[in-house]
Design a protein around this ligand. Structure first.
Ligand code: GRF
Length: 219
């Protein structure tokens, strides 16, 4: 069987991209990254991709008059690659319905909160402001509404009294680097499927996200 193929979209540091590259290199993940696309030319993630000999593309959203034409330019690159999965890894643009429809059920995102809490930005500060005891990250399939769609795994970590937004964010990011390759692995192994809009894991409806906590996966 051919290896599962991925296209990864980034906007910045690309540490999640790096985690995926590392998981592939360490043979923890049986997949191939066909291309990395960034909407900013200065994204550090582009250097990470180039170092791993992955094809890179910059599609600068500022060069396009609207969301749809920007997305179509990305689709122009993605289509011939026929990826099994389009992976949003710190990609900071809202996608059009055209794009989301085209990659429906094979488009995933990682978000630094325990969804449905704190969609959008500044998630770590919001967790601190609300005095949450637990914070974390979610990997989810993308649907039309921002930071929505079925969640596969959430990583949970305790919020410490001493935490700042930066320290909390750094610990969440460490967990992201574990759960994102994990979900991609489940997908490439054929364990994540859809029946209509119902996400199934191992052919059973996944009604609640899996929880990754203390280095352990549970339901
Ligand atoms: C991560 O916190 C991710 O959850 C969010 O953007 C950040 C990207 O970090 N969507 P990186 O570019 O992968 O280092």
């Amino acid at each position: 069987m051919a290896k599962a193929s991925l296209v990864v979209l980034i906007s910045g540091s690309g540490s999640n991209l790096q985690a995926i590259i590392d998981a592939i290199e360490n043979k923890e993940l049986d997949a191939e990254i066909k291309a990395v696309i960034s909407n900013t030319a200065t994204a550090l993630g582009l250097e990470r991709a180039a170092r791993a000999n992955i094809e890179t593309h910059v599609v600068d959203h500022k060069q396009y008059s609207d969301r749809e034409s920007f997305d179509r330019a990305m689709m122009h690159i993605i289509e011939p690659l026929e990826p099994d999965l389009v992976v949003l890894a710190g990609f900071m643009r809202i996608l059009s319905d055209t794009f989301i429809d085209r990659y429906q059920h094979r488009l995933i995102n990682i978000h630094p909160s325990l969804l449905p809490k704190y969609k959008g930005l500044n998630t770590h500060q919001q967790a601190l402001d609300n005095k949450d005891a637990i914070h974390g990250a979610s990997v989810h399939f993308v649907s039309h509404e921002l930071d929505s769609g079925p969640v596969v795994i959430q990583a949970e970590i305790p919020v410490l009294d001493t935490d700042t937004s930066a320290s909390l964010g750094a610990r969440v990011l460490n967990e992201e680097h574990v759960i994102y390759p994990m979900v991609i692995g489940m997908h490439t192994a054929g364990r994540l499927t859809f029946k209509g809009d119902q996400l199934n894991l191992d052919e059973k409806p996944l009604t609640e996200p899996l929880i990754w906590k203390n280095q352990h996966l549970s339901r």
